[in-house]
Write a protein that binds this ligand. Structure first.
Ligand code: ARG
Length: 464
């Protein structure tokens, strides 16, 4: 049975039967059925072009399109029976078409091959995923902008080496991610533009002798242009790899943010609380609220990196043009896309829901002599000291605060003046964390004024 069905498609020259294992290793229908909608779309466009060019009759075209529409409906209604014996989505659709319309079905595959067919279907699928990811990234950016707006002047600890460095604003921290995700948006736009060429009509590898109209096919499938080299068009998967690498970079941003949410929501930091909607409890410790969604985002991103590497390895040794190895592209990309989408959506939800704890953030911003740099800057600006000398003096003042176990702003002026008697009462004006952040009003700095102008800029640019 198995052999008979496949034979209808390509079995003309085969006499012997196939090992059962061959189906096991060869069939891709279990996963490439996800291309069904795109496969049918591309087939309808191809059939129309064939008919317009007089390569098939209009009558055959009409019956092909009618049959394909029926198949599409059956698939939507979950009534289509996918058959492993028919290997892949292309042959499943064509075989069903034959059952429905009979002989004209055999004319659909004129002037094309599964090689250009799969390259086309897969591009269409990846292109849709890019559009979908961009929508999700935009709603994540919107959630970040809302958080930034709410806490444009909320002071929080800014870290380097995860050690307290300088106070920053919550708004500034949120806006750092807006920058990152906006670059991801533009990377997806670039990738989309590069991949937006139509392989259909490249046929198996060399093009076709039929008088096809590739411009027509390309524009009906909303591609920018037909691909210019048939060997390249059927044998490269750089568009899939570019999707995976852009997804990896975006995923890396998601994962870093996820890691920050895990840290900030811990009992030791308490800078934020995550909503119940994105947390779970512990089955044994009643007090616990775990940031599982953030942890899973962090972990799932690893799968995207894995897919990127896996497909690179599949491709790197393949001579031109098509080799069956390339069938292994789909599962990697499907899995990566699924994980990217769920991670983006969950992150948006978490950011929308999370409550930043203004009081705790401000209290934490005082730790670790966070305004020491402000003190050094004051010495430079008010006493005209070289920064290196100011750094040294500040170090000595920090040492005194450390011995006395107090904040810089709690040191007596007399103690400060033991280090350098040119320092005046005015020094206290720069030692508060609010003052520290407000003073960093250089372009791109953490001052609330800067944060607000960046929020306005992004809202305008992205129309959010
Ligand atoms: N299922 C195949 C794939 O995904 C379609 C192309 C098959 N081409 C061939 N020459 N066997 O790569």
């Amino acid at each position: 049975m198995t052999q008979e069905k496949a034979n209808l498609m390509w079995g003309g020259r085969f006499a012997g039967g196939q090992d059962a294992l061959m189906e096991e290793i060869n069939a891709s229908i279990d996963f490439d059925k996800r291309l069904a909608e795109h496969d049918i779309f591309a087939s309808k466009v191809h059939a129309k072009m064939l008919s317009d060019q007089g390569i098939i009759s209009e009558e055959d075209y009409k019956s092909i399109v009618g049959g394909l529409d029926q198949i599409s409906l059956q698939i939507k209604k979950n009534e289509f029976i996918f058959d492993r014996a028919l290997e892949d989505i292309h042959m499943n659709v064509e075989a069903r078409l034959k059952e429905i319309i009979g002989e004209p079905a055999g004319r659909l595959h004129t002037a094309r091959s599964r090689n250009d067919q799969v390259a086309t279907d897969f591009r269409l699928w990846v292109r849709d995923q890019i559009d979908f990811s961009q929508k999700l990234i935009k709603s994540l950016i919107e959630a970040l902008l809302d958080q930034a707006e709410l806490g444009a002047d909320w002071v929080m600890p800014g870290f380097t080496h995860l050690q307290m460095a300088q106070p920053v604003t919550w708004g500034h921290h949120m806006m750092a991610y807006v920058e990152m995700f906006s670059r991801d948006l533009s990377r997806f736009t670039d990738a989309r533009d590069r991949m937006n060429e139509c392989p259909l009509g490249s046929a198996a590898l060399a093009g076709t002798s039929f008088p096809i109209n590739r411009e027509k096919t390309s524009s009906a499938l909303h591609f920018k242009a037909p691909s210019a080299n048939s060997l390249d068009a059927v044998s490269d998967r750089d568009f899939a790899l570019e999707f995976l690498s852009v997804s990896s970079i975006c995923g890396m941003h998601l994962s870093r943010l996820a890691e920050e949410l895990v840290i900030w929501s811990s009992a030791q930091f308490k800078l934020i609380s995550l909503s119940d909607r994105f947390s779970t409890g512990s089955s044994i410790m009643p007090q616990k609220k775990n940031p599982d969604a953030a942890e899973l985002i962090r972990a799932k991103i690893g799968r995207i990196f894995g897919a990127n590497v896996a497909l690179m390895i599949v491709m790197k040794g393949l001579p031109l043009a098509y080799s069956k190895d390339m069938q292994e592209d789909k599962e990697q990309v499907f899995d990566a896309a699924d994980n990217l989408m769920v991670a983006l959506a969950a992150m948006s939800g978490m950011i929308k829901d999370l409550k930043a704890n203004k009081e705790n953030m401000e209290a934490a911003a005082h730790f670790g002599f966070s305004t020491a740099t402000d003190l050094a800057d004051w010495l430079v600006q008010k006493l005209n000291l070289p920064f290196r000398e100011a750094h040294h003096i500040t170090g000595q003042i920090v040492q005194r605060a450390e011995v006395k176990k107090c904040d810089l702003c709690d040191l007596d002026l007399a103690v400060i003046r033991e280090v350098d008697d040119r320092i005046t009462e005015d020094i206290y004006s720069v030692l508060s964390v609010q003052n520290s952040v407000a003073s960093r009003a250089s372009y791109g700095g953490t001052a609330p004024s800067q944060v607000r102008s960046q929020i306005a800029r992004w809202r305008k640019t992205l129309e959010l």
